[in-house]
Every structure is written in structure tokens, then in C-alpha cells.
Design a protein around this ligand. Structure first.
Ligand code: FE
Ligand code: FE
Ligand code: ZN
Length: 296
């Protein structure tokens, strides 16, 4: 069993145990890393750090041999730092990102996944310029060394960051390039039109356009929809249009060895599927009908 595979899932952070509970949840899945939100994914309201049992969580992490530098924080969805039409909302997004970077650092983590945002009709080029400028403002004043991983998006609505070229342009236009990296989401890139089955072709293209050294996180998700559908609906491993084999090749790819692989697949009947999905990826073997026991 390749215990050294850097694999985990998103985990919750709820009271009363907060971060301590997040770490326990990751351990219960047999994970070697994980991703969490420092509050609700949908809004920017955040509980004070003192209440979140960070110290307790971090000491449990160390006890279990987790590499803290590979733990991932995801910024709330509400942020649109690429908004080309509403400067007041832009300021709010910038403040929220700065706050999230500082919170990420307080947890001892070193990367924050950020959705690049929506162009809202202004077109991707204009929005990319706005985003690069917002990121400059963030990095000019956040005071941390936390990196932002721009997530590749499916192309739902007016999302930007839907191809490697757009993600490259965001990085190129920002003056703090060493603070930026990328989060590749398999469901999103498939929905955006890329062929995940051609794993090496995909990684070569990423390397040619962005540079593989920029890749900080991989989100391993199957997709409910066909390649190019621009829908962004995640599916459990082996039950979607990408399929287990391609996702397993990504998770175990030697070129991605030191990059955290994070599952964001859906719960089944209110139960987390992650121990099963992690086990199958480690074993590099699909267990047909593995979902059945959740449906019983
Ligand atoms: Fe995301
Ligand atoms: Fe994702
Ligand atoms: Zn998604």
C-alpha cells in the first residue's frame, strides 16, 4: 500500500471541536492530507481564530505525521476579485482574500485555493486584468507567505480561468508571481473541454502553457457531465464521465507525487465516501458497485 500517496478530501470544520474535528475527520478517512474552509464556503463571515481549536488540531496533525505544508485551505465562493463592474464589491473581495490568507497562515497551512471569478459579461480579458490588479493589492498588504492557487474552472456562467492560457495570463499580469500557483480540478478541466484520459498529454499541455512547477493542488473529482459540458457537477469516482482509471492515473502520477490530491466528490445518503475513494486510489483498483453499501 502506497501510504506515501498525498491524498485526502475536503473536511468540515464544525463546533465544538472545529479544527481538531477536521483533523480527526481526515484521519478517519485514512488521508495523508486534506482541505478545509476556515468558515462557511458560501459566505465571508468568519469565527474568531481563538475559538477554532487550532493548537489542538495542529498537535494531532504532528502526532499523525501529516506534512502541514501540504494542507490546503479553500477561500469562500462569494469572492469575485475579477468583478469588472462593481468597485465596492471588489474592495470587499480583496479584504476577504487578505483575511483568508492571514487565517490560512494561523492554521500553519501555506496555500489557499481561490476561484478566479466571473466576468459578468465584460469578457474574460477585462476580468483577468481586474483580477491581476486585485491580487496585486492583496499581496501588497497581506503580510503572509501563503500562496494562492488559482483554480481551473468549468466555464459555468461567466467564469474565467476556464483554460490554461487564461490561468497563465492571470499569473503573468500579477506583479507577485512567486505568490501564485494553480489548483487543477479534474471535473472542471474535463467540463472545460480537456481530455483527462490523455493524462500525459494533459500534463504536458499544462507544463507547456503554465509550467508544472506552478501546480500546487489537484482536485480529484469525477464529473456528472460529458467533456466540454461547462456544468461543474462533481461525481463519485468511477460513476461519472471521466471514469476511475484516468482519475487513478492522475492521483498516482509520478510527476504529481508531491502535490496534494483532494477529493470533493459528493456525499452519498449524507455519508462521506472518502475512505472508500482513498482506499481505491491507493490500491489503484476499482471496486465495482462500491457505492451500493451507501445506498442500502
Ligand atoms: Fe473550488
Ligand atoms: Fe475544486
Ligand atoms: Zn466544482
Amino acid at each position: 500500500m502506497a501510504k506515501d500517496l498525498l491524498i485526502g478530501s475536503h473536511v468540515s470544520m464544525n463546533g465544538p471541536e472545529y479544527y481538531l474535528g477536521s483533523v480527526k475527520e481526515a484521519i478517519s478517512y485514512g488521508a495523508t492530507t486534506f482541505m478545509f474552509y476556515t468558515g462557511a464556503p458560501q459566505n465571508s463571515y468568519r469565527k474568531p481564530l481563538e475559538e477554532l481549536k487550532i493548537k489542538e488540531g495542529r498537535s494531532l496533525l504532528k502526532e499523525h505525521g501529516f506534512d502541514e505544508s501540504k494542507i490546503v485551505v479553500h477561500a469562500p465562493y462569494i469572492i469575485n476579485a475579477a468583478n469588472p463592474s462593481k468597485p465596492e464589491l471588489l474592495d470587499l473581495s480583496i479584504k476577504t482574500i487578505i483575511n483568508e490568507l492571514q487565517r490560512t497562515e494561523a492554521f500553519g497551512a501555506s496555500m489557499l485555493v481561490l476561484h478566479p471569478g466571473n466576468h459578468l459579461g465584460a469578457g474574460p480579458d477585462a476580468a483577468i486584468d481586474v483580477l491581476a490588479d486585485s491580487l496585486d493589492k492583496v499581496f501588497a498588504s497581506d503580510g503572509t507567505n501563503v500562496k494562492i492557487a488559482i483554480e481551473t474552472m468549468a466555464g459555468k456562467g461567466s467564469e474565467i480561468g476556464t483554460c490554461f492560457e487564461q490561468v497563465r495570463d492571470i499569473i503573468e499580469k500579477c506583479h507577485y508571481k512567486d505568490r501564485l500557483g494553480v489548483c487543477l480540478d479534474t471535473c472542471h478541466v474535463s467540463d472545460a473541454g480537456y481530455d483527462i484520459n490523455d493524462t500525459d498529454g494533459l500534463l504536458d499541455e499544462f507544463d507547456r502553457i503554465i509550467g508544472l512547477e506552478r501546480l500546487l493542488v489537484v482536485h480529484v473529482n469525477d464529473s456528472k457531465n460529458q467533456r466540454g459540458a461547462h456544468k461543474d457537477r462533481h461525481e463519485n469516482l468511477g460513476y461519472g464521465e471521466i471514469g476511475f482509471d484516468a482519475l487513478c492515473r492522475i492521483a498516482n502520477h509520478p510527476r504529481l507525487k508531491n502535490i496534494p490530491k483532494i477529493l470533493e466528490t459528493p456525499y452519498i445518503n449524507e455519508k462521506a465516501p472518502y475512505s472508500d475513494e482513498i482506499r481505491m486510489l491507493r490500491a489503484e483498483s476499482f471496486e465495482p458497485n462500491w457505492k451500493d453499501k451507501y445506498l442500502a
